[in-house]
Ligand binder design. Structure first.
Ligand code: SAH
Ligand code: MG
Length: 213
């Protein structure tokens, strides 16, 4: 998102992760799983540390990378995370069982738009991390912002979509439609009457939304 030189400068400064995380990062590259970028996840973890989040909801587990990183960074937090893809669920379960941080995580298997009842049973959440199908961000936000604690925040990933949100000429119709959706979501979110939101150009772009009081 920043220029390439600065981006790799920042990435090089990030300390090494434990071996299991490195293994997961390599698995993600090899199998094209869109786990959070290094600088992006560091920003997310730091926000959670500052808040001292105790209960976190994640929409989009994939292989459990961000969930396990959150669990490691916040040993007193419990994490509820949702994933619908069977292969990724299996992979996440395996990694969670191999990690000493796995016990902090409850994995809900299903479509995030169909498991509201289970999710609400664990509410309220100090932080909600939205990192799933980009076309449905507004639906996720509307469904789950109800379960945020008074001091809660919602962090949404990929809101700058590789910079494409600022691009006017995009050939692929599918990508063009997705960009339109993300841009629509960003505009909706920035003007939401109940939230203060800032978009930071870190990783793939994260939006940080805090409930107004
Ligand atoms: N947060 C992860 C990456 C998530 S990638 C990390 O950084 O490690 C996005 C994941 O969201 C994919 O695995 C995809 O299957 C899942 N997903 C997309 N839409 C979903 C939905 N509606 N319900 C549940 N999972 C969904
Ligand atoms: Mg993402």
């Amino acid at each position: 998102m920043l220029n390439d030189k600065l981006h790799s400068y920042i990435e090089k400064l990030i300390p090494n992760r434990e071996p299991l995380f490195i293994e997961m990062e390599n698995y993600a590259i090899e199998n094209k799983v869109p786990i959070m970028e290094l600088a992006g996840i560091e920003a997310l973890l730091q926000l959670l540390r500052i808040q001292d989040s105790k209960k976190i909801l994640e929409v989009g587990t994939a292989i459990g990378y961000s969930a396990l990183r959150m669990a490691e960074a916040l040993p007193n937090a419990s994490i509820v995370t949702i994933e619908r893809d069977l292969e990724r669920i299996q992979c996440a379960e395996e990694y969670m069982s191999r990690s000493k941080h796995g016990k902090q995580i409850l994995l809900i298997k299903g479509d995030a738009l169909e498991v509201e009842e289970i999710v609400s049973g664990q509410a309220p959440y100090d932080a909600i991390f939205v990192d799933a199908a980009k076309g449905q961000y507004q639906k996720f936000f509307e469904m789950y912002s109800k379960y945020l604690s008074d001091n809660g925040m919602i962090i949404t990933d990929n809101v700058l979509f590789k910079g494409l949100v600022a691009e006017s000429e995009i050939e692929s119709k599918r990508i063009r439609n997705l960009v339109k959706k993300i841009d629509g979501f960003n505009q909706w979110l920035m003007n939401h009457p109940d939230f203060h939101t800032v978009i930071l150009p870190v990783g793939d772009g994260i939006a940080i939304s805090k409930k107004k009081r």
